[in-house]
Ligand binder design. Sequence first.
Ligand SMILES: N=CN[C@@H](CCC(=O)O)C(=O)O
Ligand SMILES: [Zn+2]
Length: 417
Amino acid sequence: MRRPLWIKHAAQLVTVGGSKGPRTGADMSELGLIEDGSVWIEDGEIKAVGTTSELEARFGEWEEEADVYEATGRLVTPGLIDPHTHFVYGGSREKEFEMRLEGASYMDIMNAGGGIHATTRMTREATEEELYRQAELRLNSFLRHGVTTVEGKSGYGMELETELKQLGVMKQLNEQHPVDVVSTFMGAHAVPQEFKGREDEFVGLIIDEMIPAVAAEKLAVFNDVFCEVGVYTPEQSRRILEAGKRHGLKPKIHADEIEPYGGAELAAEVGAISAEHLLKASDKGIRRMAEAGVIACLLPATALYLREEAARGREMIDAGVPVTISTDCNPGSSPTTSMPLVMNLACIAMRMTPAEALVAATINAACAIGVQDKAGSIEPGKQADLVIWNVRNYQELQYLFGVNHVHAVWKKGRKVV
Ligand SMILES: N=CN[C@@H](CCC(=O)O)C(=O)O
Ligand SMILES: [Zn+2]
């Protein structure tokens, strides 16, 4: 049995406790704050949460047996959760960054065989070991930025062998790296170049071959599709997502990123757990998502990187849509692992409040990837995934922007940063 861990005297402890599902509306501002907060942890699990004096009354006589960590003057939050990434890939695309600054659009580059296609070529060529080493470095960086759980998507294979290779790397990393990895199959990330003009044939391959194989190997929890003008139509997307459902894969959807295309509406119709991007989501789509309880996964770093207007986060929250936020870590449109930066941008570019940004990056992110029973908040029974920050309160975390304020990170009760 490990020695208990006792964190004491946090200037502010953000618990975000007590949620069964994703938070909406005014509940997105409820942080469950405890001043002079304290957490008692046994065997990697949170046993008790309260003020330091409350926990001293309960556990004071065992102080000698515990590892005590003083968080005096600092903010403590749940480990952040990144619910949308493409962190397993081969190669790099810094040349496209320059091309975009010179005027080329994201879709122009992709349609000319770059973008997702370029990364697909490099990922197909990479060995499993190479992919593992690169992805491991990215997970290390996530951890240094206070992120303790990450969703990861395949989709740089778009052929069964490479899709399985990417998902296999995520499975190994989930077992071997401190960060928990939740996997999503995204065979429908683009139409591979060799299937140009034969899109429906490739849709058939995803439905008849790839989804059954991925589900049989239990390599993914979710099934995602890039529903976009020039990529997958809403009808093709629906077929792919319904096929995933028949094999137990829950739908996610990259929706209305570049052009309005009815993606938000489709997410509500197929009962998607979340819809991603949504820069161009329609009013009707936002209403439908609120009615159906679809979580909006908003990616303000991607919008900034593509020099686009961010999604309407403020309006979505006001309309009752549960909102989460993410880095979208990928080699093209958002090569970052910084969730703290994403929280800053959620405030600055989407007019979310500092409290809403934290809820979006913790409990709502957990709900968007189905891990809310074990992560996303500081409450008894959950994994001890905690971050101590070099700031005094949650407002300061969002106010001092573009800086990594992480002081220390615990994953399942072990100090990893
Ligand atoms: N939009 C589609 N897919 C990714 C980008 C992938 C890439 O450019 O490599 C995204 O979510 O931003
Ligand atoms: Zn994405």
